[in-house]
Each structure stands twice: as structure tokens, then as C-alpha cells.
Design a protein around this ligand. Structure first.
Ligand SMILES: Cc1ncc(COP(=O)(O)O)c(C=O)c1O
Length: 678
């Protein structure tokens, strides 16, 4: 293990220019520091100063006393230390500042010993007189900090980043009971020299100890009297001010959003919510800081009304799995469009798509189509009620806009109480919460309808246990695969996890943006649809059916599912790494599977942080809504760009939080949740 003392010194102090070459008795300040610190038993003694010509004399002094010298950036002191670590292969760096001429090598040795004993990454003495400061940092940690520290304060003060890091093992060693840190014996102002000189004269030796100084000033406190007062922590406060300026500058230039905002004003008068879907509305996109309306999309990009282009990850709420305006699908749609869209009789293509679905989805023996996910989750429940002759249902997840589901949420206005009372909810990965429902409502529950997986992984055997429990109680199991279908696997989550339900509902991705959904399932149950009413004008609309057939063929031929997993993994892991490196685990989390995951903000400022993140991502060309529904059009280039944008913007979020500057940085309205916390 190689230990080096690194003394940082410069002549350019604004408070006290040329202080290093100022005299204290017959030696300069720097000579005192180097002579006294240099008595410590270490492998290397290095002086780190700036490349400025005014520091040439510092280099000469150090060399004359057999110290090695490294010269680097005048402001980025951390980078100077990193260079020292690399050049001299140091495992530990004892950091001493050039303004501590009284420094005692025994304190260095003691700290080194304690550091080894505690296996610490960082150690410092606390409570001692200011002017005897010792900090020891592991070399590796200096390199980590050099890579990750961004704030001016973290670049200027070498240990600032390490001290903030929750990952570094830090030891704050109290040397004596009494706190003497208010006593100031470092050289910050010319007046300090007088006090130190008086002490040196009294001590009459060059190798006095820290205790000698403590004893002396206790006996003769008048020695500390000085003509002017020092401003405590002045340098630190200056750094904080610089940090705040730096953080403001990280913010990008405001986006051009005039057209979006004009359109918003007009739309407000005609369209409640200004959108057909809550999740696409201004609740989820910040008015004033994010685009609000789209003009067109292509591949993984959308263009807003002001002509700004963004990489998109919502992809039409998960619908456009291949990409917007995807050419192979456009061709199929154009051909079909010329032949008509809906007719007086069912179209031949309905059978073709049904055959394809029964081949790829494990539970599919019969098939019917709808337009939205809500259509098929609704009919699935009606079917289960008809099949079992029971009225109650147990659900877990989101299932659409219909009464029986929305009645369980905080947006349940307009849902009759009688309907609400028929829907029970249970907790994912909590089999007991479902068992309780079956115990309480024996022979009354028609079905368990659930998303087989959301962002939380199913615990080993959970889905199978749900199936057994439902069947044992005479209820059907319905998987709502509106999100998972055509994404986790071409046959949905049931294929991915190997648990086959009685009925399953598909939607979203199956038409790559065309409105189509499907209910599939066991023949004996599905046959009841001969009687159960599920019938509407646009059922069997051929453009969407032709699109779904083309999507299935394309996905199979081009290996789309493995592609989504690979690219999603790259993005998700990249984001997780950023969060880890920036130690943002308490503020941001990435959760879910690579093919569909969310980035969520935590804590009481969660929505503000999300708004700020969205604002700054939009400026940098990424439309952030939280969900990441990877598509076949997201290539490495988009993923790398996104990671670069998230890297920058996570810093803004982190610093805004750390410095209480969130409100100051927000340019638009704060986002609102679609469903409030109950
Ligand atoms: C799991 C799940 N089920 C059902 C639905 C309802 O689908 P739709 O909005 O197409 O009616 C959604 C919509 O987001 C969903 O995520």
C-alpha cells in the first residue's frame, strides 16, 4: 500500500496574495508546512500547485526540500489530486493544505493508523484547532470523485464529493473531548501570521506537538488576540454561491412552444382535458415547459406543433411497438384501404387474424375483437359473470375506463355505488389478500382479472397460486395482457411466465397504433359469446385487422421481441447505472422489465422533480412521460442519446433538490397524477 502526502498550495489567494512565500520567523509559510508535514512516515511527498507562473516559486521551494511537484488546473483542484494518484500510484492520499504551517505529523500518523483499522475510505480529525487539519482519502475514491463530481465546490474542495457520498465509508475522528475547532491557527489573512509567529516564538522548537500548542494557548490565551476577525467558512459560502450559479447555467434554453400553447388555449374551450386520454393530457405534460400536441411521428420520433423533434418512449401509450408510421405496415394499410374498411358482412381477414392468435397465444382457442383494451376487459368480465352466474369480481392492476374498474379508483365520479360494491381489489404478490376475498365472498366471485405483471416481478409461484385459488373457488382467471401482450413475448406474459389463464385480453401493441384489441380464451367459455352481447358497429374493421396480421408476421420474421429485450435492457441498465453513480436512489427509481419500465420520482417533491426532468429532457430532444415502452424503431443511437440526456438532466434534478432550487428552475406547470393517492 502506497501512501502519499499531498500538500496543495497556491499563491493566488484573493484574501492573502503570495501567502505561501510570506515569512514566519526565518522560514516561509510553505517551508514550515513542508518541513513539519514531511516528518510523517509515508512513501511519497508531493506538492500539488497550479500551472500559473505565480506558483513557480512554490515549485522551487518544494523541490529544494526534496518534495516532488505536480502542477495542474488552478481551479479544478480535484483533477490535480487525481493526476497525483495516477502518477504516483497512491492508495492513500494525506491531504494537507498549504495554509497550515503548524501541522503535526503525529496527527497524520495517528489518522493513517485509524484509517487502516477501520478500513475507511476517508478519515478526518474533528474538533481540533483549525490549522491542524488532516484528511486522508483512498486513491480510488479520488479517481471516482474526479470522474463523477460536477459542482464547482466539489471540484475545488477535494473531499466535498466523498464527504457527501453515502457509499464511502467515512470516519470522523474526535481527537479530544473538547471542541477546539473555533480556534483559528491557519493562514488565511495577513493578520494570522502575527498570531502564529507569537506561538512559534513561545514554542521555541521546530518539532513541537499539537498538544504543545493546545497547552500553550490554554496557558496564554492572549496569544490568540488578533487585529481583525476571520469570517468563518467564507470560502465554503463562496463555493455554494458558485454552485448555485453553475446549477442555473445547467438548465437548457427554453423551448419554442408558442404553437402548442396557442393550440392549448383554443382546445380548452372545446375539449375537456384537451385530450381524449388522461395520460396524454396536460396533467402529464407540463404546460409551458413541454410540448402538448403532436403534429406527426416517424419511427421513434414525434414532432410537435412548433416543429420540435423528440425521441419518444411512450409510443402512443405502448401501442406503436414497431414505430410510428412504420413503412411495412403502411403498405398493408394502403392496400386494404383501397378495398374498404367496414362492410355489411364479416370480412375474411377476421378468420386469418383469429388463426394467427390461436397459434401464438397459449390460452387462445377462440377469439373476438374489440377496438380498445377496455372493450375486451369489459366483455371478459361480462363473460365470466355469465359463465359462473356470479356478480362479484376481484381485480389487480389497471383495466380501463369502464364502471366496474374505475369505481375502484379515485376518479370514480359517476360510477353507481351498486356497481362499485361488486368489484374487489387485491394486492400483487400478496396471495393472502386474494385468499381473504374468496373467504369473505364465498361462491360470489366470478373471476380474478389481473395484469399478470406490471413493474413488479411476480414472486416465484405467485401467478400459479392465483390460478389455483381462483379455480378452487369456482372463479375464472383472466389475464389482462393489454400491456404485456406482443411485448413480453409474442404470446404475452402467459407464454413468458408459463402460466395459462382461462381468458386473456390483448390490445395496445397488436395493431402497431391501429385500434384493435382481442379477447381470447377457453372454447367452453368463449362459446358463450354466441349469447352474451358484445357487438358494435366497428367490430371487424379491416384496416386494424390487416395491421395486426402484418404486425404478427413482422414480429415473427424479424425477431422483434428479442430486439425489444436487448435494446430495453441497454436503456434500463444505463439509467440504473446513472442513478447509482449519482447516488440518486432516494429520489429516482427505474422499475419494471426492459420491454416496459418506468422512471419514477420519489419523495414529497416527486411531481416537481418529474416536471423538471421532463422540462429539461424536452429541451434536449427527449419526450419524457415516465413510461419507457421500447419499440423496434429505437436503435442504439436513440438509446445512447437518451442516456446522455438523462445523464445531464439527472444532475440538474439532483442539484436542484440538494440546493432547494426546484421551484426556481421550473418553467411550466407542475404535473398532476391521473389517480390521486386515496
Ligand atoms: C393493463 C391495461 N388494461 C386495460 C387497459 C385499457 O385499455 P384502453 O385504454 O385501450 O381501453 C389499459 C390501458 O392502458 C391497460 O394498461
Amino acid at each position: 500500500m502506497r501512501v502519499g502526502i499531498v500538500v496543495q498550495a497556491r499563491n493566488g489567494s484573493t484574501r492573502f496574495p503570495k501567502k505561501m512565500t510570506s515569512k514566519l520567523l526565518e522560514k516561509t509559510v510553505l517551508e514550515w508546512v513542508l518541513l513539519r508535514a514531511g516528518r510523517a512516515m509515508v512513501d511519497e511527498k508531493i506538492l500539488a500547485t497550479s500551472i500559473l507562473p505565480e506558483d513557480d516559486t512554490i515549485e522551487q521551494t518544494a523541490k529544494s526540500l526534496d518534495w516532488k511537484v505536480l502542477r495542474g488546473s488552478p481551479t479544478d483542484v480535484l483533477s490535480r489530486y487525481a493526476e497525483v494518484v495516477k502518477k504516483f500510484h497512491l492508495d492513500r492520499v494525506v491531504r494537507i493544505t498549504g495554509d497550515c504551517p503548524l501541522i503535526d505529523h503525529r496527527l497524520i500518523e495517528l489518522s493513517l493508523e485509524k484509517m487502516t483499522k477501520e478500513d475507511a475510505d476517508y478519515i478526518t480529525l474533528v474538533g481540533i484547532i483549525d490549522g491542524f487539519d488532516v484528511e486522508i482519502i483512498k486513491g480510488d475514491w479520488i479517481l471516482i470523485a474526479d470522474k463523477l463530481a460536477k459542482l464547482p465546490s466539489e471540484r475545488e474542495h477535494v473531499s466535498a464529493y466523498i464527504k457527501k457520498s453515502k457509499k464511502a465509508k467515512k470516519v470522523f475522528l474526535r481527537y479530544h473531548e473538547e471542541d477546539l475547532s473555533h480556534i483559528h491557527l491557519s493562514v488565511d489573512y495577513p493578520e494570522d501570521l502575527e498570531v502564529i509567529e507569537r506561538i512559534l516564538k513561545e514554542l521555541m522548537s521546530e518539532d513541537f506537538t499539537y498538544q504543545d500548542v493546545v497547552r500553550l494557548i490554554k496557558e496564554k490565551p492572549h496569544l490568540l488576540e488578533r487585529r481583525s476577525q476571520v469570517v468563518p467558512n467564507e470560502g465554503y459560502y463562496k463555493s455554494l454561491r458558485e454552485d448555485r450559479e453553475f446549477i442555473k447555467e445547467l438548465k437548457g434554453k427554453p423551448l419554442k412552444l408558442e404553437e402548442s400553447l396557442k393550440h392549448f388555449e383554443k382546445t380548452k374551450r372545446l375539449i375537456p382535458n384537451c385530450s381524449q386520454t388522461f395520460s396524454k393530457s396536460y396533467l402529464q405534460f407540463s404546460v409551458g415547459a413541454s410540448p402538448l400536441f403532436v403534429e406527426e411521428g416517424k419511427g421513434a420520433y414525434i414532432k410537435d406543433l412548433d416543429g420540435n423533434l423528440y425521441i419518444d418512449y411512450s409510443m402512443g401509450l405502448g401501442a406503436c411497438i414497431l414505430g410510428y408510421a412504420f413503412e411495412p405496415i403502411i403498405e398493408v394499410l394502403q392496400k386494404q384501404l383501397k378495398k374498404g374498411t367496414i362492410y355489411t358482412l364479416p370480412h375474411r381477414l377476421e378468420l386469418e387474424l383469429s388463426e394467427a392468435l390461436t397459434q401464438i397465444i397459449p390460452c387462445a382457442q377462440m377469439v373476438r375483437f374489440g377496438k380498445n383494451g377496455s372493450d375486451v376487459t369489459s366483455v371478459a368480465v361480462r363473460l365470466a359473470r355469465a359463465y359462473t352466474g356470479r356478480d362479484m369480481i376481484a381485480c389487480c392492476g389497471y383495466h380501463g375506463w369502464q364502471d366496474w374498474y374505475i369505481g375502484t379508483t379515485t376518479r370514480s365520479r359517476g360510477v353507481p355505488k351498486a356497481v362499485k360494491n361488486l368489484t374487489l381489489t387485491f394486492e400483487y404478490n400478496n396471495i393472502d389478500s386474494l385468499r381473504k376475498l374468496f373467504d369473505e365472498y364465498q361462491n360470489q366471485i366470478a373471476c380474478v382479472i389481473m395484469e399478470p405483471v406490471g413493474v413488479e416481478e411476480p414472486q416465484e409461484g405467485f401467478l400459479l397460486r392465483v390460478k389455483e385459488l381462483a379455480h378452487r373457488n369456482g372463479a375464472l382467471l383472466i389475464f389482462d395482457e393489454v400491456v404485456t401482450g406482443f411485448r413480453f413475448s409474442i404470446g404475452g406474459a402467459q407464454e413468458f411466465f408459463g402460466v395459462v389463464p382461462d381468458i386473456a385480453c390483448f390490445g395496445k401493441a397488436m395493431g402497431n397504433g391501429m385500434p384493435i384489441s382481442a379477447i381470447v380464451g377457453r372454447r367452453d367459455v368463449m362459446e358463450l359469446l354466441e349469447e352474451v352481447f358484445f357487438s358494435f358497429t366497428f367490430g371487424g374493421e379491416t384496416l386494424s385487422i390487416a395491421s395486426a396480421i402484418a404486425v404478427i408476421n413482422f414480429m415473427k420474421e424479424e425477431g422483434v421481441i428479442p430486439y425489444l429485450w436487448e435494446k430495453g435492457t441497454k436503456l434500463k441498465e444505463g439509467i440504473a447505472k446513472l442513478i447509482e453513480n449519482k447516488e440518486l436512489e432516494e429520489l429516482v427509481m427505474v422499475k419494471g422489465y426492459p420491454v416496459r419500465f418506468v422512471v419514477d420520482f420519489l419523495g414529497e417533491d416527486a411531481l416537481k422533480l418529474k416536471t423538471l426532468f421532463q422540462q429539461e429532457c424536452a429541451k434536449r430532444g427527449v419526450l419524457f412521460s415516465g413510461s419507457h415502452n421500447i419499440s423496434y424503431s429505437h436503435t442504439d443511437a436513440e438509446i445512447e442519446k437518451t442516456l446522455q440526456v438523462y445523464d445531464e438532466v439527472l444532475d440538474i434534478v439532483k442539484f436542484a433538490h440538494e440546493y432547494g432550487m426546484i421551484d426556481q428552475l421550473l418553467e411550466g406547470q407542475v404535473l398532476q397524477p391521473v389517480f390521486r393517492k386515496p
